[in-house]
Design a protein around this ligand. Structure first.
Ligand SMILES: [Zn+2]
Length: 204
């Protein structure tokens, strides 16, 4: 059976009606909250700017790393959840389908319109996003960028591969890392993320 993204979106919409008193949404085994994308973008891009030109790449590495660690832990919780077992697991026929399931959940969470373009098991994942909120937000706030800007989705692409092909949790974090080869913030038609094995890991 193919992964039915619409079914997953409906399950998330239904489940997200339940809120704790502070607005926390307990769903898919993890705690979620509604966050305005403009607010998240402001934090990210202001952080990058405040770090200054000299520490620009360090700022990016930190933002991508934060997203990858968050994605790794969050989706580990998600795939262990009751909702995953009820809604997504019945559609999964092989290991690769899990990545499609992750992408569908990320779409349902409002992280972007993720589409898996290519998946070579254990080697490479290509995800395409035509309306990344990070790219859109950057364009709105700062205009055309000189470099790619979707740090959250870039970390998440690496995390998906870490979870499926990185070995046992929690040892698999950073086995893979993603680059953003095309980004709408710098004028490309869409954003494209390619996750491969990290070169800096000797055990990878
Ligand atoms: Zn982008």
């Amino acid at each position: 059976m193919a992964i039915d993204g619409t079914k997953i979106i409906h399950a998330v919409m239904e489940g997200s009606k339940i809120r704790e008193s502070k607005g926390i949404i307990p769903l898919f085994g993890v705690y979620l909250s509604l966050c305005a994308t403009q607010y998240y973008n402001k934090l990210s891009f202001d952080f990058e700017e405040k770090m200054g030109k000299k520490r620009e790449s360090e700022a990016r590495t930190l933002l991508i790393g934060a997203a990858q660690e968050c994605g790794y832990a969050t989706f580990q919780g998600i795939r262990d959840s009751w909702e995953w077992k009820q809604v997504v697991a019945p559609m999964i026929e092989n290991k690769e389908d899990q990545i499609l399931g992750f992408a569908a959940v990320a779409v349902a969470f409002g992280w972007g319109d993720l589409e898996v373009e290519e998946l070579i098991p254990g080697e490479k994942l290509i995800i395409r996003v035509s309306d990344s909120y990070e790219a859109r937000g950057y364009l709105e706030q700062h205009g055309l960028a000189k470099s790619e800007k979707c740090y959250m989705l870039r970390g998440v692409a690496g995390a998906f591969m870490d979870l499926i092909y990185g070995g046992d949790y929690p040892e698999g974090l950073y086995v893979f890392s993603a680059s953003e080869t095309l980004c709408r913030a710098k004028g490309d038609a869409y954003c494209e993320f390619i996750a491969r094995k990290s070169s800096h890991r000797s055990d990878a």
